[in-house]
Design a protein around this ligand. Structure first.
Ligand code: FE2
Ligand code: FE2
Length: 243
C-alpha cells in the first residue's frame, strides 16, 4: 500500500506552479491513500478554501484524508473547513487503520489533542491491525531548526503515551515545514515539509512524503520537480540544498 502525505499548501501565500507540478507527480504515482495534513490555506479565508478545494479535487485517488491546520482555523476558518472538508475520523484500509487527530483550535497557533480524543484513539486502536497510523497537523515531538517547543501539541506527553500503549507504528505531522524523522523503537514519527508554501525551514525545497507500507514502513521524501530520497537522508544531511 502506498500513502502520499502532502502538507502545508498555504493557498494564499504559495507557489501555484509548484503545487500543480506536485499534483501531477502524485497522480502519476497512483497512491492508495493521500493524506493532506493541514494548513491548506494561509488565513482560513473563503476564497483560499475554495481554491484549495479545487487543487485537492485534482488529486486522483479514492482515499483522500484531509486535516485542518492552525492557519485554516484563523478568521473563523474552522466553520468553513467543517463545511467544505467534513469527513470521518477513522479509516480502515487493508490491514491498516488510520486515525486523524484534530489539533487545531480557533484562532490559536498552538495545537492540542485533548483528553476525549486520546480516549477515543485508545478505544479505536484496541483491535489488532497490522499497522496503526496517526495523522495530525501539529508535532508530537519537537524537531530541530524550529526554534521553539511550542510546535508540539500542548498535551504531547499524553498523546505519546496513548500512541505507545496502543502500539501505534507511525505518526505523521506537518505544521512547521521541516521534513524530519524520529525512530522511537517500534514507533516512527515522520514530518513532511511544505508542498507549496514559500516559507521553508531548514530544508529549502518544496516536498512531500511517499510512504510505502508492506512488510516494513519505508518513507521517502520527494522534492517537487526533483530528487526522491529516503527521509532519513534529510536527517543525515541536515542542511540539504539542491545546487
Ligand atoms: Fe504551515
Ligand atoms: Fe501549521
Amino acid at each position: 500500500m502506498q500513502l502520499v502525505q502532502i502538507s502545508d499548501l498555504h493557498v494564499g501565500a504559495y507557489n501555484a506552479e509548484i503545487l500543480l507540478n506536485a499534483i501531477d507527480e502524485i497522480n502519476r504515482l497512483e497512491p492508495d491513500v493521500i493524506l493532506v495534513t493541514g494548513d491548506l490555506t494561509e488565513n482560513g479565508l473563503l476564497v483560499e478554501f475554495k481554491k484549495a478545494k479545487e487543487y485537492i479535487s485534482m488529486l486522483k485517488c479514492s482515499n483522500i484524508i484531509v486535516l485542518a491546520g492552525n492557519h485554516d482555523y484563523r478568521h473563523t476558518g474552522y466553520l468553513l473547513f467543517k463545511r467544505m472538508f467534513y469527513d470521518k475520523q477513522l479509516y480502515e484500509l487493508d490491514e491498516c487503520i488510520i486515525a486523524k487527530l484534530n489539533t487545531a483550535r480557533p484562532d490559536r497557533d498552538e495545537g492540542e489533542v485533548g483528553y476525549r480524543q486520546c480516549l477515543w484513539l485508545a478505544n479505536s486502536f484496541k483491535r489488532d491491525y497490522r499497522y496503526k497510523i496517526i495523522a495530525m497537523h501539529h508535532h508530537l515531538i519537537a524537531a530541530p531548526d524550529t526554534g521553539s517547543d511550542r510546535i508540539i501539541v500542548l498535551d504531547a506527553g499524553d498523546v505519546l503515551h496513548t500512541a505507545l500503549s496502543s502500539n501505534v507504528n507511525l505518526v505523521i505531522c506537518g505544521h512547521k515545514h521541516r521534513p524530519w524523522l524520529w525512530n522511537l523503537g517500534s514507533l516512527i514519527i515522520a514530518y513532511a515539509g511544505t508542498v507549496s508554501s514559500i516559507k521553508m525551514r531548514g530544508f529549502f525545497e518544496n516536498s512531500y512524503n511517499i510512504i510505502d507500507i508492506d512488510d516494513t514502513i519505508k518513507i521517502d521524501l520527494k522534492i517537487v520537480n526533483g530528487e526522491r530520497m529516503p527521509l532519513e537522508k534529510v536527517v543525515r544531511m541536515r542542511e540539504y540544498i539542491e545546487e
